[in-house]
Design a protein. Structure first.
Length: 138
């Protein structure tokens, strides 16, 4: 069995942002040489998320509105966690959207359903962050 590891690096200029990373993950699959297996894509920071959904701008706006309704950024004083970084909302948003995703690799390609894409969602940006891609298979 082959194993391949790669990191993606992000430094978004805003506090929140959504990045389609599907092409970067497929590139890693190509580099790995794995034709049949699995790929794990994992946000390596507790204030960011990796998930699968549709790449549609209206939906992306809906995420922002929905998440802000569930865990509003301000007032910072509403959270016990806040103090040093004022990012408690980012931790909660990450919990809702998830840490990672796993995708099957079939014939060297990400094996998706209709419209599925992989996204990195930043909730506390303006600093360096990483995403792990781990591929195993034959």
């Amino acid at each position: 069995m082959k194993s391949y590891r790669k990191e993606l690096h992000f430094h978004l200029p805003s506090r929140r942002g959504l990045v389609n990373i599907t092409d970067k993950v497929q590139k890693a699959v190509n580099e790995s040489g794995v034709r049949e297996g699995m790929v794990l894509v994992n946000a390596m920071n507790i204030t960011a998320s990796v998930f699968i959904n549709d790449d549609e701008s209206g939906l992306h706006q809906d995420y922002e509105k929905w998440l802000e309704g569930l865990a509003p950024e301000k007032p910072y004083s509403q959270y016990k966690h806040n103090g040093y970084e004022d990012n408690a909302d980012a931790h909660l948003k990450r919990t809702i959207m998830g840490r990672e995703t796993v995708v099957a690799v079939t014939e060297g390609r990400l094996d998706f359903g209709t419209w599925e894409q992989i996204f990195y969602f930043e909730f506390d940006g303006k600093r360096d962050k990483r995403v792990l891609i781990k591929i195993i298979g034959e």
